[in-house]
Design a protein around this ligand. Structure first.
Ligand code: C2O
Ligand code: CU
Length: 439
């Protein structure tokens, strides 16, 4: 059925993906018969929107807005999302970035479904099993679709809110809409927000911008990094004078108790773009401290995990990321390779359900490659030969810098055909994409 079709590996070109196995992803759906706990409708449509600066831009939107509406749900809920494509000619889908849904609900055109063409619709159903900060985006011609605006935040709240009051929850999506540069949502300056001192605050950072390793500094308070890529960290400690860098597609949740003076989230490292939080929304922006980069390898305390560096792995793979010059789709330029090959000749990693899998990812190239594995979370075991000693750190979009080597482990517990690609979607579009496949 949907298994032979144009494969979205980021670009606009169409390649036929020859599936090597007869397993039907159509069987790997969310519950279809029961009544959903929550329903959403997202309509993909072209729109002209006005940025906060007053400038008008043409976008591809969900429901007429960029970013699309924030989807909030509770853990354990059966969620039904209906996608309608009004007029996006290349087609559209919805991929739930970081949420490990059943394979047929993963929203990858050509792999788990056909792209929804103008006038068509598609219904997704999944149980939101994980809590945390995720995002959704179209996965058809995704390089263009994400740049044009077909994305939004997806937040899964705990079923039973833990402890105290639920507090203030601030979602910060950073994206570049045009030559005016980086924005938070559609705002290009300083936003102000009232928060009563003593309130627990959670800032959810989401970076959707290709190529930008985005820097965030929190000034005026100590804070914890409560979660990375939608997964809670174990016993996060207080940090100060520390900045975070998010790769494209990455997320981080920062938590703190609102003090009785202003706090500023600086996007970049100056006072021109960010969010000022204060009792009444007024007040001066605190000075931006000198900071060191957050170190997820040593942060927090160890906790129980299903895989460890000492696990007896059923499969071990090497993944070498590099670049080379060559032709792709008839055009000469830089190609981005996995084990020397470009899609669709990149390796296919074969696993069986229940396998403990280790992958060693090395970047031999000259640029950053945020590696995104669909349907699974990678536990970081080591970084450049050094064992991870902090909280278990699960990533779904791992920022692999030139020269870096990461060992990651995961449990093969979500059968199907899954993409594993660079989330610099311009790289995925010229080769850097492969599959993880269950046999
Ligand atoms: Cu965020 Cu394969 O995508
Ligand atoms: Cu890349």
């Amino acid at each position: 059925s949907m298994t032979e079709g144009p494969m979205d590996f980021g670009g606009g070109i169409e390649l036929v993906h020859n599936k090597t196995d007869a397993m039907s992803v159509a069987m790997l759906t969310g519950p279809r018969e029961v009544k959903p706990d929550r329903t959403f409708t997202l309509t993909a449509e072209k729109k002209t929107v006005t940025l906060a600066s007053g400038k008008q831009i043409d976008v591809w939107s969900y429901n007429g807005q960029v970013p699309g509406p924030e989807l909030r749900m509770k853990q354990g809920e059966l969620v039904e999302v209906t996608l309608i494509n009004k007029d996006i000619e290349v087609g559209a889908t919805i991929h739930w970035h970081g949420l490990d849904v059943p394979n047929a609900e993963d929203g990858v055109a050509g792999a788990t479904q056909d792209a929804v063409m103008p006038g068509g619709k598609h219904v997704y159903r999944f149980v939101a099993e994980q809590t945390g900060t995720f995002w959704y985006h179209s996965h058809q011609d995704s390089r263009v679709a994400v740049q044009m605006g077909l994305f939004g935040a997806l937040i899964v709240e705990p079923a039973i809110p833990s402890g105290k009051s639920s507090g203030e929850d601030v979602t910060v999506i950073t994206h570049v809409w045009d030559e005016q540069g980086l924005s938070i949502g559609m705002e290009t300056g300083v936003q102000r927000k009232q928060i009563t001192p003593g309130t627990p605050v959670r800032i959810r950072l989401i970076n959707t911008q290709d190529w930008v390793r985005q820097k965030y500094v929190l000034a005026g308070t100590s804070f914890q990094v409560a979660a990375l890529d939608g997964t809670d960290l174990h016993e996060p400690s207080d940090l100060q004078d520390t900045h975070l860098i998010l790769t494209t597609g990455g997320r981080a949740d920062l938590t703190f108790l609102m003090p009785d003076h202003p706090v500023f989230l600086s996007v970049g490292s100056d006072k021109n773009l960010g969010i000022l939080l204060s009792r009444d929304g007024t007040g001066d922006i605190p000075d931006i401290p000198k900071t060191e980069v957050f170190d997820p390898i040593h942060y927090g305390t160890p906790g129980d995990t299903l895989v460890t560096a000492n696990s007896d792995f059923d499969r071990e793979f090497d993944l070498i990321l590099d670049n080379k010059l060559g032709f792709y789709d008839g055009q000469f330029g830089s190609l981005y390779t996995m084990n020397g090959e470009v899609f669709p000749n990149t390796p296919m990693f074969m696993v069986q359900e229940g396998d403990l899998v280790k992958t060693t990812i090395t970047n031999r190239g000259a640029v950053d490659h945020p590696m995104h594995l669909h349907g699974h979370h990678m536990l970081v075991l080591s970084y450049n030969g050094e064992l991870a000693t902090g909280s278990p750190w699960y990533s779904d979009t791992l920022d692999v810098q030139p020269g870096d080597t990461y060992e990651v482990g995961f449990v093969a517990d979500n059968p199907g055909l899954w993409m594993d690609h660079c989330h610099n979607l311009t790289h995925a579009a010229v080769g850097m994409s492969m599959h993880l496949m269950y046999d």
